[in-house]
Design a protein around this ligand. Structure first.
Ligand SMILES: CC(C)(COP(=O)(O)OP(=O)(O)OC[C@H]1O[C@@H](n2cnc3c(N)ncnc32)[C@H](O)[C@@H]1OP(=O)(O)O)[C@@H](O)C(=O)NCCC(=O)NCCS
Length: 140
């Protein structure tokens, strides 16, 4: 089940978040455009996605799945939810940055039609970031 995060989710989300980013950003205080959704299985939080919808564009900030629940399409469902939300909100595109060495992340995004748009040199503690974009709501 995917649902909006509430404040009692905070300790578990912090634990997950710190596993892959030490910057200490408060996931609950990322501004009025930010959405924080969690994936719950049998009352356990096993993953989350954080994205922003800013008028006509969307940006994925983080997606994370507990290691013992990976490769079960949980990230896939979270991505589907985010893309549906951005599409119905009228966004023109979704962007994100991913570490150049993060193969699971890049493969996940490519699976949803994201394409590499630019390199952000030294974006991740000395490692390059890749800016990826997926166009939405294109009438062809
Ligand atoms: C990336 C991550 C979110 C994937 O979560 P997941 O629930 O295991 O992914 P899913 O089972 O939904 O897989 C969906 C697709 O992602 C890709 N993928 C996921 N894990 C992968 C891996 N280890 N290697 C290669 N591709 C992978 C595949 O394309 C997969 O589709 P497929 O199974 O049909 O091949 C997870 O590995 C994670 O939390 N990593 C740490 C945080 C992170 O790096 N987040 C991304 C940057 S913010």
């Amino acid at each position: 089940m995917i649902r909006k995060a509430i404040h009692s989710d905070f300790p578990k989300l912090c634990k997950y978040y710190k596993e892959f980013d030490q910057s200490g950003v408060d996931l609950f205080n990322r501004g009025p455009f930010s959405n924080l959704l969690i994936y719950e299985e049998e009352n356990e939080i096993v993953g989350f996605i954080n994205y922003s919808i800013m008028y006509d564009r969307a940006e994925i900030d983080y997606i994370y799945v507990d290691p013992s629940y990976r490769k079960r399409k949980i990230a896939y469902e979270l991505m589907e939810f985010c893309i549906e939300d951005a599409t119905t909100s009228g966004c023109q595109n979704i962007t994100l940055e991913v570490n150049e060495h993060n193969v699971p992340g890049i493969r996940l995004y490519e699976k949803f039609g994201f394409q590499k748009a630019a390199v952000r040199p030294k974006y991740y503690h000395g490692e390059d970031g890749i800016l990826m974009i997926r166009e939405l709501n294109k009438s062809e």
